[in-house]
Design a protein around this ligand. Structure first.
Ligand SMILES: CC(C)(COP(=O)(O)OP(=O)(O)OC[C@H]1O[C@@H](n2cnc3c(N)ncnc32)[C@H](O)[C@@H]1OP(=O)(O)O)[C@@H](O)C(=O)NCCC(=O)NCCS
Length: 408
């Protein structure tokens, strides 16, 4: 980093100056007075660092506090990293590295176990010890071909929610849905406000519909937005699917049936579906569901390897492995752990393991996919005997795909 540059913790009265550098780096104008008045509060309660060229802010990075569900259901304290940007005038001079190092050290000091983010470009964050821990799919669905769905439960009752009903209903169901996939997160209030702003303010064709159980209580919700086909409205409308949150798989499928039955909608799209989306298997014609892209979703950086390995569960198997972990930034993470069905144990006097992995590699594998065998094949895990990769897979792999389902 050039002399004259400084990276430091951002004080609340510097949030706006930091936004003035980060927004333009993310292809957006600096916040107007009106925008800052309405949304500036979202910076409160974050851990934020900014980069300064003398008195001018030229970059920033920030994380907010939430929890991530890990295999077995435990929740780990997580920093959700966002607002990372360096002005185009100051790039490739080490400022992002300085900012990310500051976030990593800050998280370690506060006892935050994971950092998590969504990347604007896939190659950036492997530079800072992150690994790709979960993917999602962009999909299109032709409702005409998908119908009729084969559903386990009928009949179903639905209710369109009014603006003020939305957040209480969605938040209560979300608590019951959390845990379906490793990698899901708790959502801070400002995430909820942002995700549901259009539906609450009844704009942009945005709606939330609830599914009611036999007692009339809400046990699932779907969020969607509708618009007429731009080129030819006579062709009908198009729908975009947001959250589908349900306390059971049957309710989730009932919500899909509701969506796919909406008149006039001839095409649905969703940008972030889990790879093992349930609905594919109940469509009359499964080719109604087309994956248009598999995308990197969740990037993780383990901050405390010992706590992270101890928090998740491992599958029942007689096999065990020793893992040697290396971390250039956080020395406490350099060590060897023995993993068995009983859990993770640090081996204090051991320097070598059956498998050797750097912090980015372990962060990628932590939620249960991809496989250790595949990562070994591409050189991201070093091994002496191939069977140890299979043993690691027997211990780590999860049946449900890692999936977060919340963009930040
Ligand atoms: C991405 C961004 C923050 C990087 O900032 P920067 O100050 O130029 O990055 P640094 O100079 O600290 O680079 C650190 C390392 O990352 C690498 N790197 C930086 N940007 C990269 C990119 N877009 N793709 C791949 N590698 C990248 C650098 O080559 C460097 O590696 P090295 O240390 O081995 O040489 C900056 O380009 C930016 O603001 N981009 C637009 C906004 C954005 O995409 N933000 C991320 C939102 S998730």
């Amino acid at each position: 980093m050039r002399s004259g540059y400084e990276i430091r913790a951002t004080k609340p009265d510097e949030y706006r100056a930091t936004a003035g550098a980060v927004y333009p780096s993310l292809l957006t104008s600096p916040p107007s007075d009106e925008r800052w008045e309405k949304y500036g509060y979202r910076w409160n309660g974050t851990a934020t660092y900014s980069a300064w060229d003398r008195e001018r802010c030229v970059g920033g990075a920030s994380y907010s506090f939430l929890d991530t569900v890990v295999p077995g259901g435990a929740m780990l304290a997580t920093g959700a990293v966002a607002r990372v940007g360096v002005l185009p005038t100051h790039r490739r001079q080490g400022l992002a590295r300085g900012l990310m190092n500051a976030l990593i050290d800050d998280a370690a000091e506060r006892g935050v176990t994971l950092l998590s983010l969504r990347a604007s470009e896939a190659p950036i964050y492997t530079n800072f010890g992150f690994g790709l821990a979960g993917e999602d799919a962009a999909v299109t669905i032709d409702p005409g071909r998908a119908r009729p769905l084969i559903l386990p439960v009928e009949p179903n009752v639905f209710r369109m929610l009014a603006g003020e009903e939305i957040l209480p209903a969605v938040q209560s169901v979300y608590g019951r849905w959390l845990g379906r996939h490793p990698g899901q997160i708790t959502r801070p209030q400002n995430f909820w406000n942002r995700y549901y702003e259009s539906a609450i303010e009844q704009k942009d064709g945005s709606f939330v519909v609830a599914h009611l159980d036999e007692r009339g209580d809400i046990d699932g919700v779907v969020q969607y937005a509708l618009r007429w086909a731009e080129e030819n409205p006579r062709a009908g409308g198009a729908g975009t699917i947001g959250d589908i949150i349900a306390s059971s798989k049957a309710t989730e499928l009932a919500l899909w049936q509701f969506l796919l039955d909406i008149d006039l909608v001839t095409a649905w799209t969703a940008d972030g579906r889990p790879l093992d989306d349930l609905v594919k298997d109940v469509m009359a014609d499964r080719r109604a569901y087309q994956v248009t892209a598999i995308q990197d979703e969740q990037w993780l950086r383990i901050i405390d390897v010992g706590s992270a390995l101890a928090a998740r569960t491992y599958n029942q198997t007689k096999a065990s492995v020793t893992l040697a972990v290396s971390d250039d930034r956080l020395d406490a993470n350099n060590g060897v752990w023995r993993i068995s069905s009983d859990g993770a144990e640090r081996l204090a006097n051991q320097a070598v393991g059956d498998l050797a992995v750097d912090i980015g590699g372990l962060s990628a594998l932590y939620l249960g996919r991809p496989s250790w065998a595949a990562q070994g094949a591409v050189g991201k895990v070093r091994y002496t005997a191939e069977e140890t990769l299979d043993s690691a897979d027997a211990l780590f792999s999860t049946i449900t795909s890692p999936y977060c389902g919340s963009f930040f």
